[in-house]
Design a protein around this ligand. Structure first.
Ligand SMILES: [Zn+2]
Length: 321
């Protein structure tokens, strides 16, 4: 994927009601790299909460002038005391999902939130940069957006966005006409229920057919709702785990492949998670929780080779042909 065009895919401009934002300078396809940015600084050395503001002040003072300007021009959700800490709280991103260390990426911080985002950010540890990819088709001039929230129906999303980021979301989804918003909320409540059921390990163990059917249903909800972010590869990974638990090498390999492809769109080929999933696609039995039962035992060679898309889908989800 990735375009060969070397002019930046974004430009910064004022967005009505949101301060500054980034918009696409050309049309983008799913998986196109929008930008990659090294941290202006990280919070790795800030280990003492009592002196956080003071130590952070020293870091900011030590930055080159344009870096200081970039930092101080970022939005502060909670102006008043401890201005440096609050700018970091308002704009920082962790260095990967499991990291306690935060970092400031002045450009990435300009990407505003949308509940149905068109881009995904991720920390690329190998290159030491935050990368942002388009996750769906984006038109020239369209605002580029990330999701800051955990999803859920509009009331939940808007409540947590207000509480953590201090804004009332007026994105495309939150400002849908009432009837359409209710339909979207119903889908997202259904998605939460399905997600919870899929995460129940006893069900995965004892009712795997139903757990797999729930994965397919959830995928349908995401499609209808226009969700293209990391929720897609996470769902493929859930389906992979169900197949893996029951020794189904063929489906485990197929879901690992789908997961790697969906992750590549969100995070790029170099993503560690993509590399991990490619390894599981080749050797699903290397998964630590492989084969608790032999219920669906199969070999990778059992992946149907000449099936059309429809027949493949039916096989994949264990539906009658
Ligand atoms: Zn919204």
């Amino acid at each position: 994927m990735g375009s060969l065009d070397t002019t930046p895919a974004y430009k910064q401009q004022a967005i009505e009601g949101k301060g500054q934002g980034l918009v696409a300078t050309r049309s983008l396809k799913p998986g196109d790299l929008i930008l990659s940015e090294p941290p202006l600084f990280t919070t790795a050395s800030l280990t003492n909460p009592a002196t956080f503001e003071k130590d952070l002040g020293a870091i900011v003072k030590g930055l080159p002038k344009d870096g200081q300007r970039a930092f101080l021009s970022l939005h502060n959700n909670n102006p008043g005391s401890d201005p440096f800490s609050n700018i970091v709280r308002s704009n920082g991103y962790p260095l990967g999902p499991d990291s306690d260390v935060g970092a400031i990426f002045p450009l990435v911080a300009r990407l505003n939130h949308a509940c149905r985002p068109n881009a995904q950010h991720t920390w690329n540890a190998k290159r030491g940069v935050e990368v942002v990819h388009a996750v769906r088709e984006v038109k020239e001039g369209e605002e580029l957006t990330l999701s800051y929230s955990m999803g859920g129906p509009s009331e939940e999303r808007r409540g947590s966005l207000e509480a953590y980021f201090g804004f009332d979301c007026k994105c495309e989804v939150c400002s849908l006409p009432q009837a359409e918003l209710e339909a979207s909320d119903a889908r997202l409540r259904e998605a939460q229920k399905l997600d919870e059921a899929i995460g129940d390990p006893r069900r995965v163990r004892h009712l795997p057919e139903r757990a797999l059917a729930d994965c397919k249903a959830l995928l349908g909800v995401y499609r209808e709702e226009g969700i293209f972010d990391l929720r897609l590869p996470r769902l493929d990974y859930d389906a992979f785990q169900i197949a893996a638990m029951h020794s189904d090498a063929a489906r485990a390999s197929a879901f690992a492949k789908l997961c790697a492809e969906a992750r590549t769109v969100c995070e790029g080929e170099e993503s560690e998670e993509v590399v991990n999933m490619r390894a599981l696609e080749a050797k699903p039995a290397s998964f630590p929780n492989w084969g608790a039962t032999k219920k669906w035992k199969s070999k990778i060679e059992d992946v149907p080779k000449d099936a059309d898309a429809n027949a493949f889908e039916k096989w994949l989800w264990k539906e009658a042909a």
